[in-house]
Design a protein around this ligand. Sequence first.
Ligand code: COA
Length: 258
Amino acid sequence: MEFKNLLIDTKNNITTISINRPNNLNSLNIKTLEEIAKGINLSINNDKTKCIIITGVGDKAFIAGADIKEFMKYDSSNAYTFSETGNKLLFEVIENSPKPIIAMINGYALGGGLELAMACHIRVASEDSRMGLPEVSLGIIPGYGGTKRLPLLVGKGRAMEMIITGRMINATEAQSFGLINHMVKKEKLIDFCNDLASKIMVNSPNAIKHAIKSLNSNYKEGFSNFSDEIFNFSKCFDSDDFKEGTSAFIEKRKPNFN
Ligand code: COA
């Protein structure tokens, strides 16, 4: 299958899916979100794939969030569909994949990028990576599970602070928070992730599938309110703050929310 914004490569039963929009710091436009969903589903159904690694092309970004240029035209109705559809077709598919998925974070993992990494089963980041949920600086909130999965990984207090300050944290802090499993030197990142995948793949695929299912079932309750994130996310798109926040990003200036 031909992809415009994705590279897919399978070697030694490991499928690496690389988001390929480096000029836009691999930000997620609709086309890319659709392609990642296709790539993940193809890999889940590919007998040759036993483990999946997701990463970004280039040495600057894993994924710098949703494509602000694309969604600055949205109102609450488009935003609701964007959040609901993306959650269902991609983020929940990643989380519930019977095959393990490792996020190989090689730079900025922001907004939807960090949310995608958090939906993965394991996160490994290079030392120079920076992570955050900066949506409030754009006049919106995370809409792909950020308000749900971040507190599960780092605790409510840290999640609250990260989300309402929008502050980026470095890999050392992310590791101390439990947001990432491992921090490794940039030049060792690919080898480390392949090695981790190999260690997983010596085990029973059937047992791994059931372990993922069983672990995920612990947190079902935490996700019973997914609909409130989608609703609150979409409501922000009708606000003046959203217009100001996204315009400020495009005009490369600080937003003025007063
Ligand atoms: N959506 C759309 N385009 C994006 C983007 C995003 N989320 N993140 C980066 N880009 C684009 C920039 O607009 C720029 O394009 P241009 O060259 O046409 O102006 C290009 O990628 C490079 O980004 P730039 O901002 O110049 O790089 P930088 O090194 O100065 O800053 C970041 C890097 C990640 C700090 C900065 O790009 C940023 O804050 N991005 C937005 C992050 C965000 O808010 N994500 C959440 C979205 S919900």
